[in-house]
Ligand binder design. Structure first.
Ligand code: SAH
Length: 404
């Protein structure tokens, strides 16, 4: 058989695709696939680079093993830089390594992201821990296969001994991967709610009620950082279940805390979180844009404002619209901050870079004639690792700013 003919279980990729992998990335887009014959959804395949033309022809190079998706634009997600013999063993090792990483770097909490997909070299798998409950999300065909699920679940049970494992489902992701519709629910155990702690603050986790995401664990270290600076009257916009607001109210440096969100179920949990910590927060169900405009027009003033909106830029195409949204929020917030006040400006859009967000805050500062100093340029908590070479693993920005 000629060396470059299609071999079973082998996917040949373009030079551009191979270069991306050599740069440390782990994705190959469908447009860089040259040959993938009869490959089943979610199969583990051997990846090789294209055979160069010329005389004598250069032989192709094996680049490693990857999970194949028949439907996603991300056709290949690399799992190892050499061919994998025993996939189950590899996955078990990776799970144990992910847990060991958290044991080493995560402090002051019994809730954190235990496995973060590509950032833990387990593409398509996310596992969050809320004290004794694990919340699992499957994002790819490969991870959704019955044998892979069994390996993952049994290893998690063995290592972490959770009271229950819940599966969260993102119907949009399942449609994109052409996976069968599925309801979220219990995989093991019966417990679906619990209480967890971070930074000495208590929170409720409702795995099957309310909203589907649990807490925003990626902000955990930022909650602790922001309480160092905040004081006086604080406003937490897009507060969800009160991550920032409850930390601020508990910190005692803030005299009064208001949390605003448009989701009633999120605010119901927020109220219970406040009660659990024996603190008072005023919760307002409103559109944050409308409320900011009204409050700014009415001349309301605050000493600390937190802006943590949902991802406005879902793709590079709507970056400009997204930046207009961030600008408006930051401008109103700056207008409402007293001199010496703290602005916490977050963005969880991967497509909005730190420089984009800083530029937007500067534009808002110039328009509102305020001077802004950067106290901290922060990102996501360490349980959401950022891998150099896989830019998408870093997505959260959290700027802590002093406004005069
Ligand atoms: N700061 C939160 C996370 C915020 S997530 C934490 O640390 O836990 C974004 C939140 O914005 C969600 O709770 C969502 O309900 C809310 N949201 C989305 N659009 C909104 C709007 N226009 N006005 C107010 N809240 C909004």
């Amino acid at each position: 058989m000629p060396r470059n003919a299609d071999a079973p279980g082998v996917v040949t990729i373009s030079r551009r695709g191979a270069e991306r992998l050599r740069g440390g990335h782990v994705w190959v887009y469908r447009s860089d696939i040259l040959a993938a014959k009869d490959i089943l959804p979610g199969a583990l395949v051997t990846v090789r680079s294209t055979v160069e033309g010329g005389r004598p022809p250069r032989s192709s190079q094996i680049l490693g093993s990857a999970f194949y998706s028949t439907s996603s634009e991300i056709a290949l997600r690399m799992v190892a830089a050499k061919p994998v013999g025993d996939l189950n063993l590899l996955v078990r090792d990776r799970i144990r390594a992910a847990i060991a990483y958290r044991e080493r770097f995560v402090r002051n909490t019994n809730a954190c992201r235990m496995i973060f997909s590509e950032a833990d070299f387990l593409p398509g798998l996310i596992v969050d821990r809320y004290k004794d409950i694990l919340s699992l999300q499957i994002l790819t065909q490969a991870m959704d296969s019955a044998p892979m699920r069994e390996v993952v679940v049994s290893e998690l049970q063995e290592c972490l001994k959770p009271a229950a494992i819940l599966e969260m489902v993102d119907p949009r992701v399942r449609r994109l991967e052409q996976l069968k519709d599925k309801e979220r629910g219990l995989i093991s155990g019966v417990k679906t709610s619990t209480e967890f702690e971070m930074n000495g603050v208590r929170f409720i986790y409702e795995g099957l009620g309310g909203q589907k995401t649990g807490a925003f664990l990626d902000q955990r270290e930022n909650y602790a950082a922001v309480t160092q600076y905040a004081r006086g009257e604080a406003l937490d916009l897009f507060c969800y279940q009160g991550g920032f607001a409850v930390h601020l109210a508990k910190a005692k440096t803030c005299s009064r805390v208001t949390g605003v969100d448009s989701s009633r179920p999120a605010l119901e949990i927020a109220e219970r979180n406040a009660a659990l910590n024996e603190i008072e927060v005023e919760w307002i169900e409103a559109n944050a844009f409308d409320l900011l405009r009204d409050y700014a027009d009415a001349g309301r003033k605050y000493d600390c404002i937190v802006l943590d909106p949902p991802a406005f830029a879902r793709s590079r195409q709507n970056l400009e619209t997204a930046l207009r949204g961030y600008k408006e929020l930051n401008l109103r917030a700056l207008q409402m901050l007293r001199s010496g006040g703290i602005l916490v400006s977050c963005s969880c859009s991967y497509h909005v870079g730190a420089a984009d967000l800083l530029g937007t805050v500067l534009a808002a500062a110039l328009d509102s004639h305020r001077t802004v100093r950067l106290l901290e340029n922060r990102g996501q908590s360490k349980d959401h690792p950022r891998v150099l070479g896989i830019a998408e693993t870093g997505y959260l920005k959290c700027l802590v700013l002093l406004v005069t």
